[in-house]
Design a protein around this ligand. Sequence first.
Ligand code: DQA
Length: 141
Amino acid sequence: MKTYVLNGPNLNRLGKREPGIYGSQTLGDLEESCVATGEHIGLEVDFRQTNAEHELLEWLHQAADERIPVVLNAAAWTHTSVAVGDACAQLEAPLIEVHLSNVHKREPFRHHSYVSAHADGVIAGLGLHGYIAALHYIAAA
Ligand code: DQA
């Protein structure tokens, strides 16, 4: 089953970006682990990252039209984008929201999510393990 793992802004900077918060793994490491996990559990993982909001919206529209399950780390757009929330509302296959860091332990502006109301589940603070757990949930759903 095809599954999208979609990543929002600044996540291409993983490894260099605030390693005390986000760890030392790069986006490439994350992609490798997600694709390898997918191969073990029967998911064809399509892993993407963008710094352009319209691109994420187009991917979510495709996921809605083709009923593709989504693991979504919308990064800062989680907290700011009504448009990303509206796109998530159109999804019919499972949607799992993930964050590498525990956003609830951080600044108050990170406590609100426009995605959560449309997600089957939310995982925050487990780093890469959150993505892997989300893929296992999708494979079993
Ligand atoms: C993040 C948390 C967001 O608050 C932040 O803007 C990010 C990454 C995370 O994975 O922990 O860019 O989504």
